[in-house]
Design a protein around this ligand. Structure first.
Ligand code: TXA
Ligand code: MG
Length: 310
């Protein structure tokens, strides 16, 4: 308990100093800085090697905090009530008098906002008088981090503090919804979109592969494990690591399993750490078997398709 408090204090201190730190979320780890500070936000882009035209998600503790920066609409309020805090990001209209640094969203009139669920992150947000801009804690275009050691692998000493909150429960980034006009999905993520459709009582437009550059982070070549990956594979080549959705009675050194039973939530949670492990084990190629395209399977397939463009 004491160490939790002292770690939150340390985190607070770094952030107040305009430094960025790694924070745990239920989806993936974030690289966080004061969203109202140009200095902090510029540091995030630099450490992550992220192009300045790719806007960041801003993380809030509650609605009162958000109201200062964004216009809230009816669909947003419905979804907020049901799913936040949780793995969903909303694109909203930015208020003219908001204090959000112009570097956060490349001077756009919109802002991506999220209410993370991890208890440590929430404890931290509650203490601050500014929201936190936080992209996933990985070098641009690589796999996101799902634990503190991944963050260390990505950034080494360039990151001054990691608030360690254990392994991320969901293991995939948040689902991103554009709520400016007709609700549309910009990124498949940790919240199954059929659940969102149920609450809004309508089908969502799917704009995850749109050529229009609304979300630069959705280009191909994202979520790359750093070695070539093939998906929907029935039989791997000898030199490939083979990733299977569930444990089988095949005991080959190059076989990796995403879940014990055929469980897509567990597979989602283990996806990035398994791909990282395969790379650490020295494989230069990865093959993945077909993953059912339902529930979080849709998000897993989205990431694998992008990773396969490497
Ligand atoms: O689960 C998550 O969402 C994690 C954790 C740390 O919260 N964050 C995350 O952030 O995945 P990032 O920066 O890796 O991905 C954010 C995506 C990018 O593809 C970016 O282009 C898109 O959100 N985005 C940000 N602001 C936007 C905006 N105003 N309009 C459209 N897309 C936006
Ligand atoms: Mg990312």
């Amino acid at each position: 308990m004491k160490s939790i408090q002292s770690n939150i204090k340390k985190a607070e201190k770094h952030l107040n100093n305009n430094d960025c730190i790694a924070v745990p979320t239920e989806t993936v780890y974030g690289l966080a800085g004061n969203a109202y500070s140009n200095v902090s936000v510029k540091k995030i882009f630099k450490i992550k090697k992220r192009p300045l035209n790719n806007p960041l998600i801003v993380h809030y503790y509650n609605l009162d905090q958000l109201k200062k920066d964004c216009e809230l609409n009816e669909n947003f309020l419905k979804l907020y009530k049901e799913f936040s805090p949780g793995p969903i990001t909303y694109i909203l209209k930015l208020k003219k008098n908001s204090k959000i640094s112009k570097f956060v969203n490349n001077k756009k009139k919109t802002l991506a906002v999220r209410f993370p669920k991890h208890y440590l992150f929430r404890k931290l947000l509650k203490k601050l008088n500014y929201p936190l801009a936080a992209p996933s804690a990985n070098i641009s275009s690589r796999l996101s981090s799902v634990k503190a050691s991944d963050v260390k692998d990505e950034f080494g000493v360039r990151i001054k503090f990691i608030l360690d909150g254990g392994k991320s429960k969901i293991g995939l980034e948040s689902t991103i919804l554009n709520l400016l006009n007709k609700p549309s999905v910009l990124r498949y993520g940790g919240l199954d979109i059929s659940k969102i459709e149920k609450i809004l009582n309508k089908k969502l437009l799917i704009k995850t592969n749109t050529k229009k550059k609304i979300s630069p982070g959705l280009f191909s070549l994202h979520y790359s494990p750093g070695v070539p990956l093939r998906n929907n594979v029935k039989l791997p080549y000898k030199d490939e690591a083979f990733v299977l959705i569930k444990k089988r009675n095949i005991h080959l050194k190059n076989y990796y399993y995403l879940s014990r039973i055929n469980d897509l939530d567990q597979a989602a949670k283990n996806l990035y750490s398994t791909l990282r492990k395969i790379k650490k084990d020295g494989y230069k190629k990865i093959a993945v078997e077909k993953i059912p395209n339902i529930g979080l399977g849709k998000t897993i397939n989205d990431r694998l398709n992008r990773a396969s463009k490497y």
